[in-house]
Design a protein around this ligand. Structure first.
Ligand code: DQA
Length: 146
């Protein structure tokens, strides 16, 4: 069965209580349930991971090679700072979708630049928790060659 990794970066463990006017009231557990329901209805397996640590995110991306067919990555603030994550994404063969709950382009200018965009299949932002469902759909369509 096709397997996808949903990888969340720093501070996303605080979803629901962290600036809810920007990131919404759904917790990471709510998002986990949303993704699991989407995976079930799409007939795929998913693994969800969250880490506040850049190197752990790199390790998880490397470990996903030959295990997962694709990754949905919300790299949080590392999006805007991490060449290491860009290099990790460039090193793996599977497609990665960059995801943000908020519309980073109508926020502070330092959020307009993403290091990881250079290496990802596409970017989804601004749709809150529903973005994860959109990203899983987009990844599966891509993997089916649609
Ligand atoms: C975020 C946007 C980033 O700029 C921010 O640092 C985050 C969350 C989002 O999901 O909207 O931590 O990736």
């Amino acid at each position: 069965m096709t397997s996808l990794l949903i990888l969340n970066g720093p501070n996303l463990n605080l979803l629901g209580q962290r600036e809810p006017e920007i990131y919404g009231y759904e917790t990471l557990q709510d998002i986990t349930r949303l993704c699991e329901n989407k995976a079930k209805s799409s007939g795929v397996q998913i693994q969800l991971e969250q880490s506040n640590h850049e190197g752990v995110l790199v390790d998880l991306l490397q470990a996903a090679q030959h295990v997962h067919a694709g990754v949905v990555l919300n790299a949080g603030a590392y999006t805007h700072t991490s060449v290491a994550l860009l290099d990790a994404i460039s090193s793996v063969e599977f497609p990665v979708i960059e995801l943000h709950l908020s519309n980073v382009f109508n926020r502070e200018t330092f959020r307009h630049h993403s290091y990881i965009s250079h290496a990802v299949l596409g970017v989804i932002c601004g749709f809150g928790a529903y973005g994860y469902v959109l990203a899983i759909d987009a990844l599966l369509r891509h993997l089916e060659g649609a």
